[in-house]
Structures are given as C-alpha cells and as structure tokens.
Design a protein around this ligand. Sequence first.
Ligand SMILES: *[C@@H]1O[C@H](CO)[C@@H](O)[C@H](O)[C@H]1NC(C)=O
Ligand SMILES: *[C@@H]1O[C@H](CO)[C@@H](O)[C@H](O)[C@H]1NC(C)=O
Length: 432
Amino acid sequence: MELKLLLTVLLIQSATVPADYIRPPPRKAFHLPWHSKPSSYPQQVHISLAGDQHMRVTWITDDNSAPSIVEYGTSPGQYDSVAEGENTSYSYMFYNSGKIHHTVIGPLEHDSVYYYRCGQQGPEFQLRTPPAQLPITFAVAGDLGQTGWTKSTLDHIDQCKYNVHLLPGDLAYADYIQRHWDSFGRLVQPLASARPWMVTQGNHEVESIPLLKDGFVSYNSRWKMPFEESGSNSNLFYSFEVAGVHIIMLGSYADYDEYSEQYRWLKEDLSKVDRKRTPWLLVLFHVPWYNSNTAHQGEGADMMAAMEPLLNAASVDLVLAGHVHAYERSKRVYNGRVDSCGSVHITIGDGGNKEGLAHKYINPQPIWSEFREASFGHGELKIVNSTHAFWSWHRNDDDEPVKSDDIWITSLISSGCVDQKRNELRNKLMTP
Ligand SMILES: *[C@@H]1O[C@H](CO)[C@@H](O)[C@H](O)[C@H]1NC(C)=O
Ligand SMILES: *[C@@H]1O[C@H](CO)[C@@H](O)[C@H](O)[C@H]1NC(C)=O
C-alpha cells in the first residue's frame, strides 16, 4: 500500500500535467474470473469483417473435436442458417493452444442484428452488421493490454454507438506468456463478439524467439483478418471496405521497402480505390510517423520514407497509429510539413496497457502538432457523409469518458485535392 502511494506521488510529480488536471496513476492487471466450463464450450468469441456482407466468427475450445460450426439467424434462438469453417492451433514452448475456430458467415443484411451460437454449444451471442452507406461510426483504441484502465476504456467504448472497432496494434501484451492471450480474449469478448474488431499488429504481437519461434504465431492464429479477401498474402497487411470507407491496415513489423511484398500489395490496393464508391480513405499501422512525444522518437521514419509518397499520391484522409502511450493529433501534413492536401495523423496508443503513459514531449510543440496529451482513452470517428467526419477523443478521466479533443475533418475529395495533376501522379506511382 505504501509502495503504491509512493509510486503515485512519484508519477504525479514526474508528469508535466496541465494545472487543472491531476492524472491518475496506472492500474493493475485486470483479472476476469474464469469458471471452468465443458471443454467444448466456446470462449474468446470475436468477429471481424470478411469481405462484402460477410463476417468471420472466431472462438476457441479446449476440446479438439468440437465442430467449427456457426448457427445464426435474425431472431433469438432461431437459426435458419449454418456455416462450417476451419480450425487451427499452435504450440509455443510448453503451451498448447486450444482449438481455434474461424467460420465465415453470410451473406448478411446490412445494419441488422443477428443471433448466433458457436459449435452448437454455450450461450447465444448477438452482433450488428455495419450499414451499407454512410454514416458510420468507428471506435478506435490502440495498445489495449488488460489492466484496470483497459477495462474502463472498454466500458466507455461500450457506451458509444459504434459499428466497427479499429485497433492500430498491441492487443494482449501477452509478451510470450501465452495464457495471457486467452485472458485477453475473454476480457474483450463482450464487445468483440458484438461488433467487428479490425486489428493490425504491434511490437507486442511479434513474440519471436531466435532459432526457435517465428514471429506472430499466436497473433496470426487467433486474430485472422481478411487478408485473403483483399488480395494480400499476409495477415500482417490487408484492406477492407465498409459503408463508403476504404481502410488499409499496414504492418509496421512486416517489410515495407520498395522491394517488399507489402509495398507491392499496397500499390495494387491503392490503385483499386474508387473514390466514387469509397469517398474516404483511412490507413492504420502501429508506429506513428508524426510523433512529438519523446517515446519512440523516429522509430517510424524508415517506413514513412518508403510509404508516405504512396499514401500522399492516393490522398489518404486520415492515418491512425498507436505505440506511443499518449494521444496526439496533427494538422494535415506531408513530408514533415503542414500541407493542406496531406493526411491528418492521429496517435492513439493510450488504450490502457500495463506499461503506463508516455508523459514527455518535445518542446516547443512542432507546428504540425495540433493537440497532444498523455492520458488513457479512446477515439470515436463518425463519418457523416462523403465530405464530413467528426473525430473525438475521450479521456478516461475519473472513469468518466470525458471528451477532451474534437474536430470536424473534411474529406480530401471535397477539398479539391484529388485533382487531375494528382491523378496523373498517382497513376504513375501505382503502375506496377
Ligand atoms: C480441422 O482442420 C483440419 C485441417 O486443418 C481438418 O482436416 C479437420 O477436419 C478439421 N476438424 C474439424 C472438426 O473441423
Ligand atoms: C455533410 O455533413 C455536414 C455536417 O453535418 C453538413 O454540413 C453537410 O451539409 C453535409 N453534406 C451533404 C452533401 O449532405
């Protein structure tokens, strides 16, 4: 207790906080009790978008013979459709995972509630599919972990009306302890079984051991994303479209230079974007390119040098990153400078992980940086129509989801930035 108090005092002293806001200290790991269930009982249920009007349902069973079947329908308890999927598992040193089931269901109606059951066992879940057209709302939180702060971030996200969750890397903070992936799966299940969670990888997902284990074994097995559906050969980078928004998930920990598969795939994916169909273009990855926090300074520079010209030529509206445990929003920027046809960059690596906040900033604040604060919280992005989106950041202040920063963002196509000249440049860059 005394130690905790001392730690609290030290933390408050070391932080450069605004005078009117006393920042609360980090919180301990959050433990969800797990009462043992039959071995075929579905656990860690989460869903993700899997191509037009399809959803992938993922869950884990201890029982290796449990079927990968999802029964579903639009009324509770009445399942008029059934789909069978695939299964996988992995071992990691002395740990053997349960059976991991991935079953794609659909075609599903837009903006509808479906009731479903996994493996003909256990409770009924319900999910809501995203709308066919704008408006759509995204919840955004990176670097989640599984602490008391994670729990309050998740509770706040649960209160907002959102369609899809976007996570720019660092999920469980399992850090080689594989059962922590399981506890994370159980912690997020209430939200992730109800709305699609679209994630990309962070450094805490790597978990490679030289000569013994390749990277991303657990992440790729448990959090399969629609990479095949988007023409990618790796779960570490993919794209999807939802309600008039094209979203690209890049991999900060996959090769990104101009000879890499990721670079080749990105060019191809960008060349397929049709702004008439998807007026908004978003990109997520873990390590921020625009960051004025002293934490992780310059770590995104190589990827930025390789890929920012492509994103700029394609007129990406908004880039969301994590990694730095704080919040920062930029003006429209390109090539390190304010540029009215550049992208807005937001760092939102403050979901609530065990490592605590990154308090120190470079001063003076760079011209491109519009708002920055080291607090836990989450973001909400409501894309209203083809020209306007409303972004807000909600700080976990005393367990209330206080809205601390908000801004209207206008799309680049409505700002005269997607013109003839840029189209030509884009075509030149995107030609394979
Ligand atoms: C699990 O997947 C394997 C192939 O990876 C397949 O042969 C097997 O039938 C599947 N088992 C079940 C119960 O679906
Ligand atoms: C888009 O939404 C904004 C904000 O609500 C509104 O001002 C604007 O008129 C809308 N544009 C169209 C074309 O509906």
